[in-house]
Each structure stands twice: as C-alpha cells, then as structure tokens.
Design a protein around this ligand. Structure first.
Ligand code: FRU
Length: 383
C-alpha cells in the first residue's frame, strides 16, 4: 500500500511538471469587429508564437464604449501583465485606460488614441499625415478642381478627426475644390451607403467621394450604383486591405479607384509588448507607414501580399507541427519516467525477495543442524 501511494505521488508530480503555466498574460481589447481588426488580431497571435509561455486573450466589442470599459475591467481583474487597447471613442475610454496605467499595468494604445498621455506606448500610422496624403492625391487627380463628399469615421474616434484635419489642411489651399458635405459614416458600410444615397440626391454634380475607410467606400459605391452614377464618381479611401474582396481587390476589379495603406501592425504591437515585459528598450510613440495603392500598383501589391499570406500560413503550420512534437515528447518523457520508477520498484522488490529467500535458507539450515544435534543428543541419552 505504501509503495502504491508512493508511485501515485510520483506520477502526479511528473504530470504537474509537464503542464505549462504561461509566463506572461496579455489582454487585447478591440473596439470593433471587422476584417481590418481580424488581420491585426491574427498578426498579434502569430507573433506571440515566437515568445514561449505567452498567452494572449482577445476581447472584442461592437463599437460600444460601455462594453469596452467592461472588457478592460475584466482584464484588470484577471491580473493581466500587459494590456493592448484600441479605444472605440477617445473621451469615454480615457479614464479606464488611465486607471490601468495608474495600477502600473503596462498599456499599449493601438490605432485610435485616448485624450491623455497616460499610456506606455502607442502604435499606429499617422492619421493626420494620411489625411494630407489623400488630400494631395485628390488635388492632383482632380487637377485642382472638382466637387467632393467626405465620409468620415465614427465621430469622437481620433483617426476620424485626424484624417479629416489632415485632408482639410491640404484641400483648403485649393479654391477650385469644393467640399460639398462631410458626413459621419461611423466606419460602417451600411451607414455610409445610406448617407451617400441621401447626399447624392441632394448634390447632382459629385466628382469624387473620399471615404475614410474601404468599408465605407464600398457602401458609397453601392449607393451611387443604385442611382446609376458610379461611373461618374471617383472613390478614394483608406485601409488597402489585401484580403479577398476588400480594398485592393476592389481596385483591381475597377469599382474603387485608390486606397491608402493603413497598416494593422499587429506583429509590431506584439514585439513592443514583449520588449516592455522583458524590460528591454522601446519607443513610446511608434509610427507605421502608409502608401497609396491604385491601378498602377494594385497587382504588384496583391501578388506580394498573397506571397506573405502563404508564408504566414506556413509559419502557422510549422508551429502546429512543433506543438504536436513537443506534446509527444512530453508524454514520452512522462512514460519514460514512469517506466524507470516501475523498474526501480521491481528491482527493490526482487532484492527484498532474494534477501528473504536467503534468510529463510539460512534459517532452514540452522534448524536442520539443530535437529541433527538434538537427534544425536537424544541417541546418546537413550544409550
Ligand atoms: C477598423 C477601422 C478601419 C479604420 C480604423 C480606424 O475597425 O474601422 O477600417 O481604418 O478602424 O480606427
């Protein structure tokens, strides 16, 4: 019984050793659920594969400040080692991020900003500069003359504000360019479609629609198509998503005209997170770069991103394979330890039996000798 409980204890100890407890737990709070954020999340998860013992939990809300605050509170209660936040709107999310920062939990802000300096690092492309780049592109495209509609992202989210201001800083210099209307499309396709439909009824001469993301541009295109005006209008947007059916594809299909890359940068975010956690050097402000994709370079862009996607899926495949081998190695190791212990016990048992056998033999011999002696004594007495 004693031996059996000893074996059980040893097994429990060994299996306990093989269970992995993560060294770092990282929480990601996303403000929205869409293809752009899916790409960022995948990049974060893929990059995390390179850091052993790192667990990433992603929570997503649907453009809802209150729910995002609840998610961030969940991560605080969970005791994450670092938090990555993409705030829905700046003002409502600022106090909770400040709370995280005050609790000494490193917090990285991505894509959208808060109204405070209380964060550990910020990673995004410069939205004001993108707005300017769009402005310059449009000025040269329209040769300084034309009627424009702008569809902005959700009001109160910083990229919407910055992109608009950057854009205005350029086009306001050109009196030939008339900004007919600026409408809040909330970053959403359906909202942008409805807004555009109404605006096109109001303005009969529209040369170009600038939508602050690909999704809203698709909505605007659909609205124009319903009125048979899609051929007369140029559509310019931001994001340049290379995935099937999004921005770059739409340029190739000829529905949209130009899109500006808004990098998701999930891999970069993860690298900065790990630098912070491992006490390495990092920058507080990290800027990603933009570039225009139009009919002149969309094909090259598509080919290159296809190739990158292939490599990415190979990395994921290799990782799954490696995990499989590591699991197999761990269970084989466990089996080996178990077998060694059983062998040891058997050897001990054999030793004990062998010893008992010898003791018994010796005692038998002694008994026999004693018997002999007694018999001899008995015979002598009888004589
Ligand atoms: C994704 C998105 C992008 C846009 C960015 C701005 O949720 O709407 O399309 O470029 O957010 O924060």
């Amino acid at each position: 019984m004693k031996y059996i409980s000893f074996i059980i204890c040893l097994f429990l100890l060994l299996s306990g050793c093989s269970r992995k407890t993560p060294r770092y737990v990282i929480g990601v709070s996303q403000c929205s659920d869409d293809e752009w954020r899916d790409k960022m999340n995948n990049e974060i998860l893929r990059e995390a594969l390179f850091y052993e013992g790192t667990e990433v939990e992603i929570r997503t809300v649907y453009d809802d400040n209150q729910k995002q605050i609840e998610d961030i509170r969940y991560f605080i209660d969970k005791g994450v080692d670092l938090l990555i936040v993409s705030p829905n709107q700046a003002a409502p999310i600022t106090p909770i991020v400040e709370e995280v920062f005050d609790q000494q939990i490193p917090v990285i802000i991505v894509d959208r900003k808060i109204l405070s300096e209380k964060y550990t690092a910020y990673v995004s492309a410069d939205n004001y500069a993108i707005g300017q780049a769009v402005g310059n592109y449009i000025v040269s495209y329209l040769k300084g003359k034309g009627n424009i509609i702008e569809l902005t992202g959700l009001s109160g989210s910083t990229p919407a504000i910055d992109r608009h201001q950057g854009f205005m800083s350029v086009i306001s210099e050109y009196p030939g360019i008339r900004l007919l209307a600026v409408e809040d499309g909330e970053w959403l396709k359906e909202v942008a479609e409805n807004q555009t439909y109404t605006l096109l009824n109001r303005f009969l001469s529209v040369d170009l629609i600038f939508a602050q993301n690909d999704r809203m541009a698709s909505g605007a295109y659909l609205a124009a198509k319903q009125q048979g005006r899609e051929q007369k209008i140029t559509f310019i947007e931001i994001d340049a998503l290379p995935e099937e059916g999004y921005g770059v594809d739409q340029i190739l299909q000829g529905t949209l005209d130009a899109t500006f890359i808004y990098p998701t940068g999930g891999d970069r975010v993860m690298q900065i997170a790990m630098n912070i956690l491992q006490g390495k050097e990092y920058e507080k402000e990290n800027m990603l770069y933009t570039a225009v994709v139009d009919r002149t370079n969309a094909r090259v862009m598509k080919l290159q991103t296809n190739h990158i996607q292939e490599l990415d899926s190979k990395i994921e495949f290799l990782n799954t394979r490696m995990n499989h081998y590591l699991d197999r190695f761990a269970s084989q190791q466990l089996f080996l330890y178990g077998a060694a212990i059983i062998l040891l016990l058997l050897a001990t048992l054999f030793l004990l039996v062998w010893k008992a056998y010898h003791v018994k033999n010796r005692m038998n011999k002694e008994l026999f000798n004693r018997n002999e002696e007694i018999t001899v004594q008995k015979e002598q007495l009888e004589k």
